[in-house]
Each structure stands twice: as structure tokens, then as C-alpha cells.
Design a protein around this ligand. Structure first.
Ligand code: NAD
Ligand code: TYD
Length: 339
């Protein structure tokens, strides 16, 4: 079996490659990644020397490069993680989100038609459903919830989902889509809530909580997400969407306080800053379909996952210190300078 994994030098794609090499050591894995600010070869580490692994530096929106790769590699399965993934960056500059997330997915879908694959898996997000109100804890996103996006990021991901579904309906391409809730764990770039708060707290810097910190996210340990995708690749039904989440809802303030408690740092580090524009209130997944159809259930409780994640960041300082480059610090100064 030969897998093409796009965006594998990023957070979830990198974890997925490590996971698949453990779960299916005989599989060939080709990773294509443009190595944007979010991509890092250090994330792949030991995966690089695994037999059957190849890395190709390339842009999924470069159709010529994508078709050449399919021509030479002829993958059986495509798993598309490659994306611009940070909501705040999409508010700042939407263009690159349209290019990578929509045009990139389009190029991969076309190549998958020309060089037929057994499965095209689109890694999507629960953010395509928009948000839920804070005062209706009885509501959850199901696969039937209408797409109703809030940010340029989620709009670009929804466009990619619709395109992928259209390739199933129109061309019979064996597409599956997963929509997962917020992930956390090793190798997450420190612009996202959990690693950013950890890195700041460790340095004794203020922790910038947007608004009142009351927004709710449904957190899933990254390895549980990888296992769900593995199941969908092998047992999922063509044309289907699977929501992935583990009923681990927390307000942002609860998450930040848990990190401070784990580090033994004072809550006075919390700094309330201007809210994100269009900030989604609550995400919450109903994961019954993937549980009932594919037997998936998450293994890692939030408290355990946070402990493991913090231990990983403490033990792998070089990984995150090295990527705190000038470019990232510039973005950070621009994003928080005026708040
Ligand atoms: P990430 O930003 O950490 O990694 C994205 C990777 O894609 C990077 O390695 C980057 O170099 C690569 N990339 C970007 N543009 C590219 C291009 N044009 N061509 C090739 N490679 C390119 O993102 P992540 O958090 O690992 O998310 C991966 C996928 O999972 C995304 O599609 C995202 O929408 C989805 N997702 C993320 C979460 C989450 O909580 N992080 C939750 C649900 C779904
Ligand atoms: P983030 O990790 O960017 O993921 P997403 O926006 O895709 O859910 O943010 C998670 C939550 O944390 C979101 O409600 C915004 C909030 N947040 C802060 O309060 N401060 C921050 O510095 C960041 C990056 C996020």
C-alpha cells in the first residue's frame, strides 16, 4: 500500500506519519509539504529513515508538480492535511488560504482522477459548521449540520469539502471527509492556543486570552485523531463524512488555567486582550457515527493529554525554540502589539 500524505511536516500530518509507520510498518509513505512557516523537517525526525518513506518538498497548489508526483509515485491512497490552518492568519491575509486550501485540494482531486486512487481522504475541520450558542449545551455538530462558516479559514475548508464531495458525486472518486474538533499534542506550532500558552507561561510572559475566555472548544489528543483517520481509510464508506471528537469541551479560560496549574505558575499571568473578529463561540462534536460505524472511540482524557503534551514540550525544547523564528515573532508582534 502506498500513501501520499500532504502537509506531513505540520502538526497533525507529522503525528499521522509517525502513527502510520507504527501501525502499518510495511506501508510506503510519500510526504509532500511546501515547508511553509508551519512545516518543519524536525517534526518528521525518525520517520525520515523509515524504510519506504520519501519526502518531497512541493506545493499542492502547483498543478504541474502535483501531476508529476502522481505520475511517478502512483499512490493508492491520498490523505490531504496540507493547509493554511490558523484562523488569526486567515483574518490577516486570506489569499494564501484560498490558494492552498481550495486550489491545492482541487489539484490533488484532479490528479487523483487522472491516476486513479483507492481513496482520497480530505482532512477537514468542525469549523465548517460555524459555531453553537454557549447557552445550549444540548446542541452538537452532526454530519447533517449545515455548513455555516465564520472565518476565511473555515470558509476555505468548507469550499474544499464541497469540491471533494462533488468529485464523488460527479466522477465517482472514492472520497471520504473527516471533520475533527481542536487537536492538541506534540509538534503543534506555538501560535495555537495550547502550545502558545505553555511557551509564554514558561517564559513568565502574559497569556493573551481573547475576550472573556468563555469560548468553548472540544479538545482531542492528536493520536486519537490519527487513529480515526486510519480507520476511515480502511473501513470508511465512499462519499461519507465522519465527525471526530471526544466530548472534551472546555472554555479557553479552563484550558489556560489547567496549563498554569500543571506548570505551577500563577494565574496573574492571564491577560485579557481584544477579541478575535467573528470569534466562534462553541464547537462541540457528536461522534456517534464514527463510533457506531467504525468502532472508534478516543483513548486519551483531557487531563492526561495535557500532562503528556506539557511533558513533551518540556523534553523537546529545541524543537519549539528553533522554530520561534524572526518571521513568527514578527507575526506575534503584529497580532498582539495593538491588543
Ligand atoms: P499545520 O499548520 O500545523 O500544518 C500544515 C502543513 O501543511 C505544514 O507542514 C505546511 O508546511 C503544509 N503546507 C501549507 N501549505 C502548503 C502547500 N501549499 N503545499 C504543501 N504543503 C503545504 O496544520 P495542522 O494543525 O497540522 O492541520 C492539518 C490539517 O488538519 C489541516 O487541513 C487543518 O485544516 C485540519 N485540522 C486541524 C485541526 C487542529 O486543531 N489543528 C483540527 C481539525 C482539522
Ligand atoms: P486556536 O488554537 O487558534 O484554534 P481555533 O481558533 O481554530 O479554535 O484557538 C483556540 C481558542 O483559543 C479560540 O477560541 C481562540 C482562543 N485563543 C486565545 O484566547 N488566545 C490566543 O492567543 C489564541 C491563539 C487563541
Amino acid at each position: 500500500m502506498k500513501l501520499l500524505v500532504t502537509g506531513g511536516a505540520g502538526f497533525i500530518g507529522g503525528n499521522f506519519i509517525h502513527y502510520m509507520q507504527r501501525a502499518h510498518p510495511g506501508y510506503e509513505i510519500i510526504c509532500i509539504d511546501a515547508l511553509t512557516y508551519a512545516g518543519n523537517m524536525e517534526t518528521l525526525g525518525g520517520a525520515l529513515s523509515h524504510p519506504g518513506f520519501r519526502f518531497v518538498k512541493g506545493d499542492v497548489a502547483d498543478r504541474e508538480a502535483v501531476f508529476a508526483l502522481f505520475e511517478s509515485e502512483r499512490p493508492d491512497i491520498v490523505v490531504n492535511f496540507a493547509a493554511e490552518s490558523h484562523v488569526d492568519r486567515s483574518i490577516d491575509s486570506p489569499d494564501v488560504f484560498l490558494r492552498t486550501n481550495i486550489m491545492g485540494t482541487g489539484a490533488l482531486l484532479d490528479a487523483s482522477r487522472q491516476y486513479p486512487v483507492r481513496r482520497f481522504h480530505q482532512v477537514s475541520t468542525d469549523e465548517v459548521y460555524g459555531d453553537l450558542p454557549l447557552d445550549r449545551p444540548d446542541l452538537f455538530f452532526t454530519e447533517e449540520t449545515p455548513l455555516h462558516t465564520s472565518s476565511p479559514y473555515s470558509a476555505s475548508k468548507a469550499a474544499a469539502d464541497l469540491l471533494a464531495q462533488s468529485y464523488f458525486r460527479t466522477f465517482g472518486l472514492p472520497v471520504t471527509i473527516s471533520r475533527c474538533s481542536n487537536n492538541y499534542g506534540p509538534y503543534q506550532f506555538p501560535e495555537k492556543l495550547i502550545p502558545l500558552m505553555f511557551v509564554n507561561a514558561l517564559a513568565g510572559k502574559p497569556l493573551p486570552v481573547y475576550g472573556k475566555g468563555e469560548n468553548v472548544r472540544d479538545w482531542l489528543y492528536v493520536e486519537d485523531h490519527c487513529e480515526a483517520i486510519d480507520l476511515i481509510l480502511h473501513k470508511g464508506r465512499d462519499g461519507e463524512v465522519y465527525n471526530i471528537g471526544g466530548h472534551n469541551e472546555r472554555t479557553n479560560l479552563e484550558v489556560v488555567k489547567a496549563i498554569l496549574a500543571e506548570l505551577g505558575k500563577d494565574e496573574s499571568l492571564i491577560s485579557y486582550v481584544t477579541d478575535r473578529l467573528g470569534h466562534d463561540l462553541r464547537y462541540a462534536i457528536d461522534p456517534r457515527k464514527i463510533g457506531e460505524e467504525l468502532g472508534w472511540a478516543p483513548h486519551t482524557a483531557f487531563e492526561e493529554g495535557i500532562r503528556r503534551t506539557i511533558r513533551w514540550y518540556k523534553d523537546n525544547r529545541a524543537w519549539w525554540e528553533d522554530i520561534m523564528t524572526g518571521a513568527y515573532l514578527e507575526f506575534y508582534a503584529k497580532n498582539y502589539g495593538g491588543r
